[in-house]
Design a protein around this ligand. Sequence first.
Ligand code: ZN
Length: 515
Amino acid sequence: MSTTPPANPLAAMAADLTPKRAISYIRVSTKGQAARGDAAEGFSIPAQREANKNKAAALGAFIVKEFIDRGESARNAKRPELQKMLAYITEHNDIDYVIVHKLDRLARNRADDVDINRVLEQHNVRLVSTSENIDQTPGGMLLHGIMSSIAEFYSRNLAAEVSKGMSEKAKHGGTIGKAPLGYVNKQGKNEHGKRHSWVEVDPVRGPLIAEAFREYATDTWTAKHLTEHLTARGLTQPATSRYPERPMTQSRLIDVLHNPYYRGVVSYQGVEYPGRHQALVDDETWYKVQTVLSAHYNGERRRVHHHHLKTTVCCGQCGSRLIIQNTKNKRGVVYPYFVCSYRQRQRDGCRFKAVLIDEVEARVAELYRTIRITPAQRKRIAALAQRELERIYASRAEHGRQLEQQSRSLLRKRQKLLDAHYADAIPLDLLKQEQDQIAAQLASIEQQRAALSLESHVVQTHLGYVLDLLEDCFRLYMQATPSMKKLLNGVFFTAVAINPQDDASGVSRTATAHL
Ligand SMILES: [Zn+2]
C-alpha cells in the first residue's frame, strides 16, 4: 500500500481488483457479556463477529484475522489483544480495514484514541463501524456539513440540468421559486432591457415576521398565542392561484420560524448560501428561536407532518403533491398514508390509491441498491469533503479566538468592578448583580469553547466511515437520520412518482424513479 499515486496504471487496476483485507476487532466489557450479550451490556462475541463479517462482505473485503478482548473493563487495563492487533498491522502493512461493532469499542479515552489513530493512519487502514448511525457519533454535526458538500458535488456532476440551474441560482444567492411569507417576488427589465427577477420585503408582512422572531426568541409565547397576536396585528397569508388571502395558522408560523431564509441565506439541497435578499432577523435571534422551538417541539407531531419523503415523492397519476393522512384502525393503531393532494380536493380528479408511508419508504430504499459510486468518484468526493473539513476547522479556530477575546475582556471588566467597589464607587447590590451577569456570560463562553474542542482526528475517522458507506448507498440510506435521508433523496432524485400511470412520460429519466 502506498500513499503516492501509482505510476503504472496496470498496477493500479490490479490493486483495484485485489480483494481488500480486513481485521475484525471485538471487545466485550464483562465476562458475562462475552457469553450472554444482554442488551444492557452490548452485543455478545458471536453477535459482534457476525456483524463484522457481514460488514466485510459489504465492503468487498475478507477477514484475515480476528482479535478479541474479553472482560477488559478497567480503565487503565492494557487490552492485550488491541496491542497485538496494532503490532500485527505494523508488521504486515497490508490491511485495508479494521472493523468494529462500535467505534467506542476501540478507543475508550483520548490517549488510546491518539495512539490507535496514529498506527491506522501510518498504515493506511480505515476504521469501519458496523452499527453506528452517523448522527449519533460525536462528529455528527460536522458530518452534516460534509454530507452537504457531497450533495453539492452530486448536484454539480450527476443531477439533471434543471437542478444544476437551481443550484447555480442558489449559489449566487438567488431565491428559488416563490418567495417565503414576508417577501414578494418582483419581475421587470433592467436598463439593458433584459428581464430579471428579484425578491423584496413585503411592506406589511415583513415587519410582522421580524416581530414574530423577536417575540418568540423571548420564550414567553406559545405558538398559538403568538399566531393570535400576529393575526390581530394584521398578519395574513397572501392569496395564491388556488386560495384567496387567508388567516395565519399556527403550523405555518412554525414553518416560518424554522426557515433559515429569514436570516438572509438560501438553502439548496442542504447547502446554505448567502442570499441576495434582505434578512428579516439577525443570526443570534434566529438561533435563539431554534433553541426555543426544539424545546417546545421535540415530538412526533412535527415528524409526521414533515416526513422526509414529502419533498421527494409525487402523485404518479396527476403529478400533484402527496400529503400525509393518518388512518386509525379498529384497535386505535394509527397508520400514516400518502394521499394525492389533488384527489383530496377533487374526488374524480385523480385515481391515486393511498399508500402506506412505510411501504413507500422501503421501496425508495430499494432504489439505493442500484446506485453505484465508482472509486474515481469516491476519490473526488473525499477531496471535496477534505476541503469542507478544512473550511470548518478554519472557521472554528476563528470562532475560538473570538471567544478567547470575549472571555479576557469580561475578566478585565470583573476586576474593574471589584476595584470600583473597593474604592466605594459602587454599592454591594449593584456589584453583585453585575458579577452574576458576568459569571453567566463566562459560563456560556466556556460551554461554546468546549463544543469547539472536538478532536479533529475523531472527525477524520468519521469522515472515513461516511466515505465507506458511500460505496454502499443502500446501507448509507438505511443508517441515515430523516434529515440526512431528505438530503440524499434530493441528491439522487428530482421526484419519485408513486402509483404511476402506464404511459407516464415527460419526466426526466435520469433523475426520476417510478414506483
Ligand atoms: Zn393525483
